[in-house]
Ligand binder design. Structure first.
Ligand code: NA7
Length: 317
C-alpha cells in the first residue's frame, strides 16, 4: 500500500477575519460564553467571538491550543467543569458523540457541578439525536437549559462566517445566543424539540456523502478513458447538475488536493450515525450503506484526516 502523507495541520490565524463580519453590525451579548473544544471549527468560531467582543472562557483537552486565545483576551480553565462555573452559556464543539458525552458525564465534566441553575449548555459537536437527548436530559436534571446547535458547513465556510446553524431544544437559549450565531453563521434555524436539528444535519450530510461518491466514481471513469478531468468539470459547470460544492470538490479531485475542509473521518462518522438512525426505524438505505463502505475503505487507505474528496483516490483503484 503506498505511504500516504498526512495533511499539514494548519495553525489558526488569529488575525484573519471573515469579510462578512463588518456588515453584520453585531452587538455582543453581555453574558459570559464558555467554549469546550478548540479544534479547527472551535478555534475559528472562538476567534470571531473574541473579535466581536464577546466575553469568552475556553478549555481544550490539549491545553497548548488555548494559548493564542488567552493572548487574544479569553480566559482559560483547567477542566470543563471550571468553564461551566465561570460562564453563563457554554458551547461544546468536539469530534464525535463519545467526546461530547465524556465532556458532560465524565470526570471533571459539566454535570460534576450538580446545580446548573442559570446555566445553559449548547452542543455544537455533530451528534445523533439519541446522544443529544441524553445530554439534554442530564443538563435538565441539574436544572440547566439545553440547546443543540448543529453547525452545517465546511471549515472554509466557518472561516467566512457562513455556517448554517440548525438548533433544537430550549428556545430562550437560542435567543440568548443570537449575537454569537450572527457572528458565525449566515442562517440560523430553530427546529423545535431536541433531536430535530441533529436529524436535519445528518440528513444533509447523507446528501453530501452520496453525492461525493457519485462524483468520485464518475471522474475515476473519465480518468480510465484518459479524458481530461478539467474538461469534464468545465462541461459539468454548464449543466443544470452543477452546484458550487460539487464543482469545488471536482476541482480538488482533479488536482489531487485534499486539504481538509470536511475531514473524511467526519464524513464517515456522519454516515455511520445516519445508518444507526435508519436501523432503528427499519428504514432501508442501501446507497448510503455502500457510500459508508466506500468512505470506510478510504479511511483504511490512510485518508482519514484528508478532505472527504479524497474518496476519489479509492475510486481510481
Ligand atoms: P478537529 O479539528 O478534529 O478538533 C476536534 C476537537 O475535539 C479538538 O478540540 C479535540 O481536542 C476535541 N476532542 C476530541 N475528542 C475529545 C474527547 N474525548 N474529549 C475532549 N475533547 C475531545 O474537529 P473540528 O473542529 O473540525 O470539528 C469539531 C466538531 O464541529 C465536529 O463534530 C464537526 O462535525 C463539527 P484535542 O485538541 O485533540 O485535544
Amino acid at each position: 500500500r503506498p505511504v500516504v502523507t498526512r495533511p499539514e495541520t494548519q495553525a489558526i490565524d488569529m488575525n484573519s477575519r471573515s469579510n462578512t463580519l463588518a456588515d453584520r453590525d453585531i452587538v455582543p451579548s453581555d453574558q459570559t460564553f464558555g467554549f469546550l473544544g478548540l479544534g479547527m471549527m472551535g478555534s475559528t468560531i472562538v476567534k470571531d467571538l473574541i473579535y466581536t467582543k464577546h466575553k469568552v472562557v475556553v478549555w481544550n483537552r490539549t491545553i497548548d491550543k488555548c494559548q493564542p486565545f488567552v493572548d487574544a483576551g479569553a480566559e482559560v480553565k483547567d477542566t470543563p467543569m471550571d468553564v461551566v462555573e465561570a460562564a453563563d452559556i457554554i458551547f461544546c464543539c468536539v469530534s464525535d458523540p463519545k467526546g461530547a458525552k465524556d465532556l458532560v458525564f465524565g470526570n471533571c465534566g459539566v454535570l460534576q457541578l450538580k446545580d446548573l441553575r442559570n446555566k445553559a449548555y449548547v452542543e455544537m459537536s455533530t451528534i445523533d439525536p439519541e446522544t443529544s437527548m441524553d445530554i439534554g436530559e442530564g443538563i435538565k436534571q441539574c436544572n440547566g437549559r439545553y440547546l443543540e446547535a448543529q453547525i452545517h458547513g465546511s471549515r472554509q465556510e466557518a472561516a467566512e462566517g457562513m455556517l448554517i446553524i440548525l438548533a433544537g431544544g430550549d428556545r430562550t437559549v437560542f435567543e440568548e445566543c443570537h449575537s454569537c450565531f450572527k457572528t458565525i453563521a449566515k442562517n440560523t434555524f430553530f427546529l423545535g424539540n431536541v433531536g430535530n436539528a441533529c436529524k436535519v444535519n445528518l440528513i444533509l450530510q447523507t446528501i453530501l456523502g452520496v453525492s461525493l461518491v457519485g462524483l468520485a466514481e464518475a471522474l475515476a471513469l473519465a480518468d480510465r478513458f484518459s479524458i481530461s478531468l478539467n474538461d469534464i468539470i468545465d462541461i459539468f459547470d454548464l449543466t443544470s447538475m452543477k452546484s458550487p460544492l460539487l464543482l469545488a470538490k471536482g476541482k480538488e479531485m482533479a488536482k489531487g488536493d485534499f486539504n481538509p475542509q470536511q475531514p473524511l473521518s467526519h464524513m464517515q462518522r456522519d454516515l455511520r450515525l445516519v445508518l444507526n438512525m435508519a436501523e432503528n426505524l427499519d428504514q432501508s438505505m442501501p446507497v448510503t450503506s455502500i457510500t459508508n463502505e466506500v468512505f470506510k475503505h478510504t479511511k483504511r487507505l490512510g485518508y482519514s484526516e484528508h478532505d472527504s474528496s479524497a474518496v476519489f483516490v479509492r475510486s481510481r483503484f
